[in-house]
Design a binder for this molecule. Sequence first.
Ligand code: SF4
Length: 94
Amino acid sequence: MSEAMGLKAKLGLNVFKHNETAHIVIKPGMEKDPRLKRAILVCPAGLYSENAAGGVELTIDGCLECGTCRLACGIEVLDWNFPEGGTGVQFRFG
Ligand code: SF4
């Protein structure tokens, strides 16, 4: 692998096997909770974003299962679980 390869290119090598249900869910009614905005800053895969209504959205595809959002935001706003066995991320960069 080239040392000049950027983070996005490296993340693009990972493979994700989908599950029918998302393993991380923003708890209902917590979309505008200030704690949730921390996830926008800390998620290494950039899966959290703020929508036009001022709420936070999560796109689960590409989740690295690192747990950073759980630590940053707390279980009061996120229902965080590992994916079922055989699903989720497969790292491909060593
Ligand atoms: S577990 Fe990690 S990669 Fe997945 S959504 Fe949370 S911060 Fe992002």
